[in-house]
Design a protein around this ligand. Sequence first.
Ligand code: ZN
Ligand code: ZN
Length: 437
Amino acid sequence: MRLHLLLALLLAAPALAQSALSREVERHAASVEAKVVGWRRDLHAHPELSNQETRTAQVVAEHLRRLGLEVRTGVGGTGVVGVLRGARPGPVVALRADMDALPVTEEVDLPFKSTVRTQYNGQEVGVMHACGHDTHVAMLMGAAEVLASMRATLPGTVKFIFQPAEEASGTGPGGALAMLRDGVLENPAPSAIFGLHVFSGYRTGEVDYRPGGVMASSDGLSIVVRGSQTHGAMPWAGVDPIVVASQIVLGLQTVVSRQVDLTASPAIVTIGSITGGVRGNIIPDTVTMSGTIRTFDQGMRQQIHERVRRVAEGIAQSAGATAEVKISLGNGVTQNDPALVERMRPTVRRVAGKGMVTGQSTTTSEDFSAFQARIPGVFLFLGVTPEGKDLKQAAPNHSPRFFVDERALPVGVRLLSNLAVDYLEGTKGQEPTAKPR
Ligand SMILES: [Zn+2]
Ligand SMILES: [Zn+2]
């Protein structure tokens, strides 16, 4: 009888160990809740623009050192990396938060409202955490404290990545690429990465969790159409680039609607600016256009790039003009690894409960995609709009009225901590599966 009981206990041991760890997470997470709100308010009152996150980095680094982590600063600019080595052997997992604010003047009436002003592109602007990265930093600081308290039972290593300049990735290289260049995924090399973003489109504490492309790739498009200048009254004496550019704008509308499989995944080709000519009776030499291309699938991204070139160059050629097409690669697709999503689903369901939702893809982009291009990764969205507020009226991210219900923060801390712990526990004894790809 006793033997049977012992056997049953031994067989149940892995399950018991896992729930013991998650109980430990819950206990520690409860004890950091107030601190996380405090950090968030401090960061909110002291926002810093992309690549200028020096105070934020200092706050983070001091916190991680106090917790006894190995800390590296100046990674990819102002980035900070903390490494927590658990006492038990196991794999390495990474958690990422972005740190930068935006040139937006805050209009939310809060006691810790930002009053910071600075110069940006030659203009005086306010600075605000209008994308909620203050909450990302505070929640990851909280998760670091939770997990550091569990060092003795932690089966593996957690790498905390505090990334600068995510917002810069919309217009040039962002902080993720800079950190990757500085070896953020080496020594030790994580086999998976998790990140989350607060989002006003969901209720406080709701978690949008799904596989595949959750945020778009974002590539810049520039087209220079060269004709031959002539009198507006004698178009036959030259080549009119304005007519050619107009045909190209219309031709590009057929790339998504006629030339790729619309049922597989949505995509967008937009021309947002068109410039050419100085006077009504002069046909100019050149017309310049710029635009953006968004996709949710890496293969379709390549197809669209090829077809945009083909359409623009072909139309120009048919008129005796030329089109020089330049596509500048921006953020890739934020593509959640399907196997990792499936594997961690029970963890997210446990933490989010009924709040686990399957949302829609968003056509904005994220440089978290740069990490996902190297190792399997999952990006989650956390709702921050309280009950009683109309979700459709809630100010979106980047608005001067963007508002975060702080009751969502404990959910974020528990998500990050539990994802790390369950990933380590579940991967124990397995070979790391990460391959460069
Ligand atoms: Zn943003
Ligand atoms: Zn953001």
